[in-house]
Unconditional design. Structure first.
Length: 117
């Protein structure tokens, strides 16, 4: 790859709109749900879907369910997306996502959201 093309790709990557958010991974075999946060929702979606296609759990905490119900019993969903503002630092953005996660976990614990399919 020539230097000009490489610089163009690097610039496009740096200038892309960063979208984070709150997502969940669900095992339909036992209805267990893991609610997580990320500063890169698309990257996380790709990682989770790749893990599932490779017949492995998206994270180690899901190994028992994956073994018992199979990799195909898992699904990925987005609860809320948040776009990073131009003036926001990475830390500020991560802090906002962490706060958003706390809100969603509280809602889930109080039974205010239903993730049944």
């Amino acid at each position: 790859m020539d230097k000009g093309k490489r610089k163009g790709l690097q610039s496009a990557y740096k200038n892309r709109t960063v979208t984070g958010g709150i997502y969940y991974v669900k095992c339909s075999g036992n209805q267990r749900i893991w609610i997580r946060s990320t500063t890169d929702i698309e990257g996380t979606r790709n990682k989770v879907m790749f893990s599932l296609k490779m017949k492995g759990p998206p994270e180690p905490a899901m190994l028992r369910e994956c073994s018992e119900y199979g990799w195909e019993s898992f699904s990925f969903g987005v609860l809320e997306e948040l776009k990073k503002k131009e003036a926001q630092t990475d830390k500020e953005f991560a802090d906002n996502i962490a706060t958003l996660l706390e809100i969603w976990l509280e809602k889930y614990e109080r039974g205010e959201i239903d993730l049944k399919e």
